[in-house]
Write a protein that binds this ligand. Structure first.
Ligand SMILES: CC(C)(COP(=O)(O)OP(=O)(O)OC[C@H]1O[C@@H](n2cnc3c(N)ncnc32)[C@H](O)[C@@H]1OP(=O)(O)O)[C@@H](O)C(=O)NCCC(=O)NCCS
Length: 299
């Protein structure tokens, strides 16, 4: 399971900088230490880690002015590229920039990563200063608008949200909303106030509902993506709760966790889909859900 993480302990920060150096400086023979600059202490840092805590991707953002944030040092391990991790980390950094009041983000991209940033919504503005001597860079910019640009296929997402509210009205009472969809990751959020229990934390049944709906929603969007149709039903669900939720309930489903044989559906047969959903309280992982869904072919 991939997770966006904020490195905090000395050990986590050390692994983060080591990863940054290995990915972005070592290949050009720059010494350890060259990966850092004078903005580290005023920046927000994010990594993507696996279930063992290994760093798979990294990135950083800091404010250039009260309106402009700069994204730097984006890297994804070569074995993990092409799985949506780069986009996941850029989304997380843009969310930080928005929270800090920025209305646009800029990045100085190497020639090779220009198509990646274009796919994240950035446009080339001008030639950027050539810091490392060897690598030509372009300054790219993105206007941070409303949260709607967090949604790929905003029309499908709206349709999904309405389907939940129409067919499972309690989902609206629980304040369950789609927050972000990148094509590879779906994030949903729920209102804590509407799901609070007598201990002041989120009711475990609501956490289960948030997880099952997130898995259901991810399948719905994947079927739309593949121009497939069918009725999605939950066959089996298993949840492990580790910690209570007391701040911000979030659920994430990543495409890598899905195991599906969509070709069965194409042949008019039912299709089994297993997936995992991670539940977070803010940035802290608190529960894991493993679900088996069935998609029944249209009658
Ligand atoms: C650039 C980099 C961060 C991309 O990370 P990634 O995890 O492979 O990218 P993702 O899987 O999130 O891809 C997101 C989108 O960008 C596109 N993309 C990524 N690399 C691309 C490339 N080289 N050419 C064209 N498109 C590319 C993907 O197709 C995808 O498009 P989609 O969302 O429409 O499907 C990664 O390749 C990397 O670490 N490169 C080396 C370090 C580097 O150059 N960092 C940038 C510093 S300026």
């Amino acid at each position: 399971m991939f997770r966006v993480h904020t490195p905090q302990t000395d050990q986590e920060l050390e692994s983060y900088f080591q990863f940054r150096w290995e990915m972005l400086r070592k290949p050009w023979n720059y010494p350890p230490g060259s990966e850092k600059d004078e903005y580290e202490t005023v920046s927000e840092h994010r990594t993507i880690i696996d279930s063992k805590g290994t760093v798979l991707a990294c990135g950083r953002v800091h404010l250039n002015t009260s309106e402009e944030a700069q994204i730097r040092h984006i890297a994804v391990h070569p074995d993990q590229q092409g799985k949506g991790l780069g986009k996941m980390i850029v989304n997380a950094l843009e969310a930080v920039a928005r929270e800090q009041g920025a209305v646009r983000t800029v990045t100085n991209s190497r020639e090779l990563s220009i198509p990646f940033f274009q796919s994240c919504g950035y446009e080339i503005e001008k030639q950027a200063p050539n810091e490392l001597g060897e690598l030509k860079r372009q300054q790219m910019v993105k206007q941070l608008q409303s949260s709607s640009d967090l949604m790929l296929h905003a029309d499908w997402c709206e349709e999904l949200q309405n389907t939940w509210y129409d067919t499972i009205p309690i989902s609206e009472q629980m304040g369950i909303k789609l927050h972000q969809y990148s094509g590879k990751t779906l994030e949903t959020r729920a209102s804590l106030n509407k799901n609070i229990n007598l201990h002041g934390s989120m009711f475990a049944g609501s956490i289960f509902s948030l997880a099952t709906l997130t898995g259901w929603g991810m399948i719905y969007l994947q079927l739309r993506d593949k121009s497939l149709q069918g009725e999605i039903v939950l066959g089996d669900g298993d949840i492990h709760y580790h910690k209570p939720i007391t701040l911000q309930p979030r659920a994430l489903c990543h495409i890598e966790s899905i195991d599906a044989k969509y070709e069965h559906l194409k042949k008019g047969k039912k299709c089994r889909i297993s997936l995992r959903v991670e539940i977070l309280d803010g940035d802290t992982p608190v529960a894991e859900f493993a679900g088996v869904y069935w998609v029944l072919p249209p009658k």
